[in-house]
Design a protein around this ligand. Sequence first.
Ligand code: SF4
Length: 99
Amino acid sequence: MNEDQKRRVADAPPAYRGIIRRAYDPRAVSWTNAIRAFCLQCTGYVRKDIRDCTAPACPLWAYRPYQTDDEPEEGPELVAGPAATGLPAPQNASGEVPS
Ligand code: SF4
């Protein structure tokens, strides 16, 4: 994790630090968690603003988390891998796909 990433983890509210940390960890990242982290950062960590997001032109809009009130804070880990999304597998900085 580089210094900018460490700062983003430290700046996140405690309840969301695990999500942000996993988004930067090539051994733990999933598309689900990466999108969750991005939307949280986009809204300043306001779940309601993600659910009520008014930017349907955003490429992540259909995949944004917290569309229902019953989604847990942390959410399931590694539930939507490449097979579920049709997207290529996440890669680390060396272009390797984490196992
Ligand atoms: S879907 Fe909405 S909350 Fe998520 S990144 Fe796009 S604009 Fe931001």
